[in-house]
Design a protein around this ligand. Structure first.
Ligand code: ZN
Length: 456
């Protein structure tokens, strides 16, 4: 349902990226539905242009971009290939290895609707809502079709390990989901408990898993290299001509992160204000001298808190481990230098350098962010580790889909005194988009990314 809200806000870049990501799959799809090589390329391009048109003119009808595109390609492909049903599909499409030929031929004997369900869900790893849209139904009914199609597929490849289930009430959609592994939805928990104890359901569940993993290994027949750039370029141009750019749709989410930063500094800042006030009272003459020498800029920041956010937000200063300057201050007769530190002005150079070289700082490691594992199923648990982050700061981690959008999955971690942290992120993408997801971490001043390749 989230897709209902998202579709109308799609930018040209979103649609272009979705087309780039799925172009080879759509091509493979229509080839396996019986399109000739030339017809398949034409269907890919025409259906993608239709997608741009639909997003531009009737966004409410595009509840799932990817599902819509596959559904459109399916309809166009059927029209084009309808006359030539004798076309050799698997054998003609794939001359590769024996396993691939077996898969392709088993797919061919299935009714079109079941073939479509298996390709979309198992071979291309589309989300359940996308499969539902492409099949012209909803996500739940789509998964039931997937479950039924997998049983027919096992039959076609000669797998006879699934027990007869005549007369038994199977929850095929649930078993289809369970067979894919991954996190179990709360709504599926009861059926799962039953299936663990019921031999019939258990054998169907295992069969779902076998079919799913076999079909996931299907080789995708990519768009011909020579035509690829042309097709993608024309779709991209159309998207830019008719859809708003992402800049026009963007809400500045990064601003929030910067706004958070000052609050973290406020406490030490006011503590320092006290020190500064004492120093000012004690050394009025010295202060006047220092003000005279540096033209007033160095003394202004301490009495103007409004300056502080600017200081903490400046990216160039992000690497300066501010907390470590506190020891400097305690041993330093002139606290006012702290406020000069951020200023790159030459007048402040004298007192600045000691804070970086003269005091014991935490071991400065390079800024890193690593994910382990870097590939796995949607919903997998990923260990995130970092070095070189702001000591004792908080790192916020977001999980972004292949189109760069928030998935809603995130984590936070507390950085230790050496700038390191470890935490766990659930790589959960509700749209179940396959491919490279971005894990983005920030401590308010520094940002780094890692990736997780979701296998669907
Ligand atoms: Zn049962």
């Amino acid at each position: 349902m989230a897709d209902l809200r998202r579709a109308p806000g799609l930018s040209a870049e979103d649609v272009s990226a979705a087309v780039r990501i799925h172009a080879d799959r759509v091509h493979d799809f229509v080839r396996r539905l019986g399109c000739s090589p030339a017809a398949a390329v034409e269907v890919v391009e025409t259906s993608a242009l239709d997608l741009v048109d639909a997003v531009a003119t009737a966004p409410g009808t595009v509840t799932d971009v990817v599902g819509w595109w596959f559904g459109r390609a399916r309809a166009l492909g059927r029209r084009v290939s309808g006359a030539t049903q004798e076309l050799p599909l698997g054998g003609g499409v794939l001359s590769a290895d024996q396993d691939q030929a077996v898969l392709a031929e088993a797919l061919e004997v299935l009714p079109e609707r079941e073939r479509v369900a298996l390709l979309l869900r198992d071979s291309y790893a589309l989300s359940a809502p996308a499969v539902g849209v492409a099949l012209g139904t909803d996500a739940e009914a789509g998964m039931e079709t997937v479950g039924r199609a997998r049983l027919a597929f096992l039959d076609a490849v000669g797998d006879e390990d699934v027990l007869p289930t005549a007369g038994h009430a199977l929850q095929l959609g649930v078993l289809a989901r369970l067979g894919e592994g991954g996190a179990v939805a709360a709504a599926d928990a009861t059926a799962r408990r039953h299936a663990q104890a019921c031999a019939m359901c258990r054998s169907v569940w295992d069969g779902q898993a076998r079919a799913h993993s076999m079909l996931a290994g299907l080789t995708v027949v990519a768009l011909p290299e020579a035509l690829r750039d042309g097709v993608l370029g024309r779709v991209d141009a159309q998207a830019r001509a008719y859809l708003p750019s992402s800049a026009e749709l963007l809400v500045g989410e990064d601003e929030e992160l910067l706004d958070e930063a000052p609050s973290r500094w406020r406490v030490p800042f006011y503590a320092l204000i006290g020190l500064v006030a004492a120093a000012i009272v004690g050394t009025v003459i010295g202060l006047l001298l220092s003000r005279g020498s540096s033209g007033g800029t160095s003394s202004a920041p301490p009495v103007d808190p409004g300056v502080l956010p600017k200081v903490t937000a400046a990216p160039l200063l992000s690497q300066s481990p501010v907390p470590t300057t506190f020891p400097t201050l305690s041993g330093n007769p002139s606290p006012t230098v702290f406020f000069v530190t951020p200023s790159p002005s030459p007048g402040a150079s004298g007192p600045v350098t000691p804070s970086r070289s003269g005091v014991p700082e935490p071991a400065t490691e390079p800024l890193t962010l690593t994910a382990d594992p870097t590939t796995g199923p949607n919903g997998g648990a990923v260990t995130i580790q970092g070095t070189g982050w702001l000591p004792r700061g908080t790192v916020t981690i977001d999980y972004l889909d292949p189109l760069g959008r928030q998935t809603g999955s995130h984590a936070t971690a507390t950085v230790d005194a050496r700038g390191r942290f470890t935490t766990t992120l659930s790589a959960q993408d509700p749209s179940n988009l396959p491919g490279r997801h971005t894990i983005r971490a920030t401590d308010g001043t520094q940002t780094a990314s890692a990736t997780y390749d979701a296998q669907g």
